[in-house]
Design a protein around this ligand. Structure first.
Ligand SMILES: Cc1ncc(COP(=O)(O)O)c(C=O)c1O
Length: 463
């Protein structure tokens, strides 16, 4: 029925077939038909007129920008099982995707590919034979110095020796978690949170304690305090979260909240694994300080990456591991010896050559513009009652569809038409957020993307 309305067969103001007619036509009970009409009404597609029946409703008022609702996860630590679902949903199922709203990366068109190629050649030329063999462990010294210099510009004093270079931030995060835990331990994670954090917990045989996380300001500190209190006799061994431009919500913790977070975790002796891969993608003039800036005891492991802001395929990330740096260095050595030296040399060359900040200014401006285009498109085309925020950085929009919608069903339908999206249950240890989805606005805006959002909106009315 909803499809007939979206397709225009049933026009605004027209009366839907009566309950009796539909019951006879479909061979189902009156209760089922009532239920179906009730669902259409809750989605704003029809309105009920007393004693007259149901009528096709006028086009809904556009969705407003208002924070999606928060979840209330249970307080106990639980095993996690998400990997199967995540792998299923990450694949394209053989479909050719023309609107990659489910992607984890921005468009390659936004990266300085030619300059990186030159840096790769120049950096490789400078490598000594020893650097290709004996000097491998520890990671490229000049690159670590360049990363340390970027911290310094934010007022953070982090020595290059504290920095362990890794294969992307994902390895940095995984090694950090491995360094802090043993199978069976409990770990604090955000809800909703980055699916790879949940997958790590699953793979290492850990248990998750979910912290309700707000779409505007990130992890809820009152809930965190209550959870730490509740688990004081068997405290969690780590807290893994994103304090800036959280994936999937896009939330940003204000500085005072970051300070309070670090103090609270410190008081309970819980190390923080801070995933800060979107740090460089801020839309405000000034960058957001990481929680690491407020650390008191070397217990914040700050994980960063060039994957999101400069060179995805180079797979270069790092962890600034504070007093745990020697442990992380050993783990890195025993797991993969070293990252790719040519990739590290190329990034060192690129950073030394200048131009990174110029590139970042362009990238941020492009992403901010694309965010606005995506917000406007969702507001134009999605059903009334849709909620979303306006992220201050990164390239993800978290959208909550009206009551009754199902983002997994929407994902399947959209993918069959070449439109990908990341359904909410991917970001939850308990497959929550069934009517939420994450949309990537990392592609330069084009008419095809507007059409794809319009199509998603139409499908959302029936999903
Ligand atoms: C929140 C978050 N953390 C970490 C990563 C992994 O970063 P990298 O590609 O540097 O391994 C991603 C990539 O999607 C991410 O979204």
């Amino acid at each position: 029925m909803a499809a007939l309305m979206v397709g225009g067969t049933l026009r605004v103001g027209e009366r839907l077939p009566s309950i009796r007619q539909t019951r006879l036509a479909r061979g189902c009970s009156a209760a089922t038909v009532f239920q179906a009409y009730y669902l259409l009404e809750s989605r704003g597609l029809v309105r009920a007129a007393p004693r007259s029946g149901y009528f096709v409703a006028p086009p809904p008022v556009p969705p407003t920008i208002s924070a999606p609702t928060r979840s209330q996860p249970p307080a106990e630590a639980r095993p996690v099982e998400v990997s199967e679902l995540v792998f299923q949903l990450l694949g394209s199922g053989g479909h050719e995707v023309h609107a990659p709203f489910g992607s984890a990366f921005p468009s390659p068109a936004l990266f300085p590919l030619e300059r990186l190629r030159c840096a790769l050649v120049a950096g490789s030329r400078k490598m000594s034979p020893a650097q290709l063999t004996t000097d491998l462990p520890g990671g490229h010294e000049e690159l670590r110095r360049q990363i340390s210099l970027r911290y310094l510009r934010q007022g953070l004093s982090i020595s290059p020796d504290e920095i362990v270079l890794t294969n992307g931030a994902l390895e940095a995060l995984n090694l950090s978690l491995q360094a802090l835990t043993r199978p069976g331990d409990a770990v604090l994670v955000e809800s909703p949170g980055f699916y790879a954090a949940l997958q790590s917990i699953e793979r290492l045989g850990l248990r998750a304690i979910e912290v309700p996380t707000d779409a505007l300001e990130g992890a809820d500190l009152d809930s965190l305090a209550a959870l730490l209190q509740q688990h004081q006799h068997s405290p969690p061994k780590a807290c893994w979260l994103m304090s800036s431009f959280q994936n999937p919500l896009g939330s940003l913790m204000p500085p005072d909240k970051k300070r309070a977070l670090v103090a609270m975790l410190n008081a309970h002796g819980v190390p923080l694994i801070e995933d800060d891969v979107y740090a460089e993608l801020h839309f405000a003039a000034q960058p957001a300080l990481p929680a690491k800036a407020f650390e008191q005891d070397g217990l914040v492991l700050h994980c960063g990456s060039f994957s999101k802001c400069l060179a995805p395929g180079y797979r270069v990330g790092w962890v600034a591991a504070g007093r745990l740096a020697p442990t992380l260095q050993r783990l890195k050595l025993s797991s993969s010896l070293s990252g790719s030296w040519p990739a590290q040399a190329a990034l060192a060359e690129y950073l030394q050559g200048g131009g990174f900040d110029h590139h970042l200014r362009g990238l941020r401006a492009a992403l901010a513009q694309q965010r606005d285009a995506m917000l406007a498109a969702v507001a134009r085309h999605f059903p009334a009652g849709t909620r979303m925020t306006r992220p201050q950085g990164g390239y993800f929009l978290w959208v909550e569809l009206p009551e009754g919608c199902d983002s997994l069903a929407l994902h399947a339908q959209a993918l069959a038409e070449g439109i990908s999206l990341a359904p909410g249950p991917m970001f939850s240890a308990r497959r929550e957020f069934g009517r939420c989805l994450r949309l990537n606005y990392g592609q330069p805006w084009a008419e095809g993307l507007e059409r794809a959002v319009a199509r998603l909106g139409a499908l959302a009315r029936t999903a």
